[in-house]
Ligand binder design. Structure first.
Ligand SMILES: [Zn+2]
Length: 245
């Protein structure tokens, strides 16, 4: 059917052109070329974490094309984040700050507070390449985030872009925390569990997926687990140990 074939060909060409534009226009790809020419390497902001295989279970949310290497954040740049305080339960902000410190320690990634924001999580993905777009951490319920229906207490994730030498890096992300589950009372009575839920969502943001192992914090359900498990720690260390972009 000639018409269909023409249509398909056009679609493929447009897609390829868009991908090429991303590769060519991405600022870090250009800067990498300049650095290569003048002989400067980039340095990590914090030392790479020690990777210890302790028999736990972990899984990456995404891997590089054609390899088992994880998609991760560039460890030579800070992970910028902004908290939307609307509907935040009383006493929750210190838990968020502690959760960020724990993920930073486990990955060797630096997190940079971009200040409070009125942006909502998981919106505004169509922004210019290289523009500032911090990870937005916010609070809401299933009327705004349908995935929060039922017993789901939080959502977390990140979006990658093609960076230097074809390697993909996360460049933005979001966390939505359920005000129906994480109430003022929950924060007051079970602060360590609420903090662990934030740690779990942050682990999604830096690149971990769920594992079917209840001793890991990346088990899909929180059954009172408050500490990172051995597989969580190994996976987070591997995510923090990728080459710089
Ligand atoms: Zn999860």
């Amino acid at each position: 059917m000639p018409r269909r074939r023409t249509s398909t060909t056009f679609s493929v060409v447009v897609t390829a052109a868009l991908l090429a534009a991303v590769v060519l226009l991405h600022p870090s790809a250009q800067m990498e070329t300049v650095r290569g020419l003048i002989g400067l390497g980039r340095e990590r902001l914090l030392p790479a974490p020690a990777i210890e295989a302790r028999g736990g279970a972990y899984a990456f949310a995404a891997t590089q094309p054609g390899s088992d290497e994880p998609v991760a954040w560039d460890p030579c740049s800070p992970v910028s984040y902004a908290v939307n305080p609307a509907e935040m339960p009383a006493g929750a902000r210190p838990l968020v700050d502690r959760a960020i410190a724990r993920i930073s320690a486990a990955t060797g990634l630096v997190f940079e507070d971009d200040g409070d924001t009125d942006r909502r999580p998981f919106t505004g993905s169509l922004v210019p390449l290289g523009g500032g777009r911090p990870v937005v951490i916010g609070w809401g319920d299933e009327t705004e985030f349908p995935e929060l229906a039922g017993s789901v207490a939080g959502l977390g994730g990140a979006a990658p872009e093609e960076g230097a030498r074809g390697r993909r890096y996360y460049v933005t992300g979001g966390i939505a925390l359920d005000t129906a589950a994480l109430t003022d009372a929950a924060v007051a009575q079970q602060p360590r569990v609420v903090e662990a839920i934030v740690v779990h969502e942050l682990a999604h943001v830096v690149g971990l997926a769920h594992v079917p192992e209840p001793m890991e914090l990346m088990f899909a359900d929180n059954t009172g687990q408050v500490e990172l498990g051995p597989g969580d720690r190994e996976g987070l260390a591997r995510l923090g140990a990728v080459p710089c972009g």
